[in-house]
Design a protein around this ligand. Sequence first.
Ligand SMILES: Cc1cc2nc3c(=O)[nH]c(=O)nc-3n(C[C@H](O)[C@H](O)[C@H](O)COP(=O)(O)O)c2cc1C
Ligand code: SF4
Length: 657
Amino acid sequence: MPETPSEQYQKDTQFKHLFSPIKIRNVEIKNRIVFLPHLPLYADQYYAPTSRTTHYYAERAKGGAGLIVVPSVITHPSGLFPGTHAGYLESNVPKFKNIVDEVHNYGARIFVQLSHMGNQTRSVETFRPLWAPSDVPDLTVGEIPKPLTLDEINQLIDSFVYSAKLLLKAGFDGVELKVAHDGILGQFVSLLKNQRQDQYGGSLENRGRIVVEILQEIRNTIGDVPLGVRLGINRYVPGDYGIDEAIQYTKMFTQIADYISTDTGTWESIDMLVPSMNVPQGFLLPDVKRIKEATDKVVIGNGRIVWPAMAEDALENGYMDMVGMARALIADPSWAKKAEDGKADQIRGCIGCNQKCMGRLLLNLPISCVQNPTSGHEEEYGEDILYKKTETPKKIVVVGGGPAGMKAAEIFARRGNEVVLFEKDNVLGGRVRWESALPGRRGVSGVSRYLTYMLSTLKNVTIHLEREATLEDVLAENPDIVIIATGSTVSTSTPGFFYNTIDAVNGKVKGATVLVLDNDSTTEGAAVVELFLKQGTKVHWVTPAFFNGQNITAPILLDDFKRISGNPNLITHPMEVLTQFEEGKATLFNIYLRSQEEVSGIDAVVEIGIKKANNELYKALQGKVPQLFVIGDAAAPRDIASALEDAVGLSKLVEGA
Ligand SMILES: Cc1cc2nc3c(=O)[nH]c(=O)nc-3n(C[C@H](O)[C@H](O)[C@H](O)COP(=O)(O)O)c2cc1C
Ligand code: SF4
């Protein structure tokens, strides 16, 4: 389509810093957008790149990112972690080359990040004691590692140099050392993990020595190829180093390195490694600026940068030279292209939920994304496949304007079908509306904000609000395909007696003491608890799980607990179920310890996790339309992520649309 004058105007002026080229040493990069290294766990069981890995990076290169950094490629068998790539294996070189060639085809550059997990793996993976600077375990792993001898330190240094040299054969444009939130080099520079008394421990200079030596050796071997450091600039752990020491490290490392890429946190402060929706976007900018002021080498900054406007400001105001983003480009692989083409308003923003990216990684599962369920499934559902124009446009009726219905409407309308969407409320959003009204969950509104906007841009979608579609309404449209996405009803096991989450949001639950019966231990229960605590209500938080909030991913759990733990009005009851409730007295039974306790003075019980599918219309339409589908909570009540996944999955099940 020819560009309109206004599109051309936006392209030329809107993000001119973001789309200006930059050189790192001898390599020119077409823009300032860096897809930061992040372990997606797509490697096979032999630590080799797969075609899934290739498609993942190709999609981001196609989407316009200037530089991609392949994460945590391990330099020595003693540093392996499940799902990482082995950088020391000659047999992996052709597989890395596939990734590099695909990325180059789209005009992007690609660097490789070298690491060794040190004390942040397990000997079941390495078949030998873990290597680390000192015999200090990572608190999230708990395994005591073996302190490296000087001879082993030399082996470690050699492994980095060997892997760097080998991987350049695959065509990588640059090499990066991981001196960040995990990995052995991060452990060497740490004040807590490194307790050595020799030349590799003690002073800041000694702790950074191994990094300098590796940089020097690699530089001697690879010559003019760009060489950088991913540096943790604040570990956010009491007793460990912060920005002041990071500035010293920056000065030391950039004597040799061509760039510093900023990073934060550790596994012990994982809520600051991948800051949640409740941490302000761009929270790290002031610290990044201090790093920038400490060196005249290139600085890649980061820290929950989600939108092009902030990225452009950060460049224009000299906070950084390049903008590093991981989750923003997981959520929207075409982030860069949309910004460049004057379509920044169509970017699908990362909501900072950490649910399917870091949340899955922490379960040792391949990562994906709530906002973008196709992430990690590009070979099957990449943008060009998901939104491929149909040759046989159909008339599609979608009933329900929650996340599942909106996503289905968006997909099928973008494919060129005529879509009619019925929604019983006066706005779109469905369950996103009540979920995002809960404390700490506001960011979830980004799901419906994006979809509502996209639907408004599509001329082939007709939306009927405040219309609870009947069987007759649907049939009157004479549809080829009907998609039922009527959601679920939030309920309780004892309707009329217990309250539910929506009652809590709507202020219907009265009393000085409530019992929150949290059946599924997800963010919903924790958020309802916080809602009551904020009102000054005393809360008994009961869950059958081993601990309260068990099914919440660690970075979000920490985020929640930082706000609610220590509140004198909060009493937790893990591993317990409610067996009787009479006249304000609750009998709680511990299902594992088989003990019983009684809690009195309860004014109300709020039950979480009971939902009933709204599937009457689906049942009534059986056999009455050519193609009928049910998705989201209307099929089986789950969460927002599942609703969006169902809609994407449906794209393969419909015929002809
Ligand atoms: C799933 C996941 C895995 C990560 N793995 C790595 C890694 O292997 N190496 C690294 O340097 N950073 C890693 N990170 C950190 C990111 O590069 C980045 O610093 C972090 O996500 C914060 O930036 P963002 O707000 O742009 O997402 C990872 C992040 C995520 C979400
Ligand atoms: S899962 Fe959530 S935090 Fe992770 S990239 Fe997607 S939207 Fe962002």
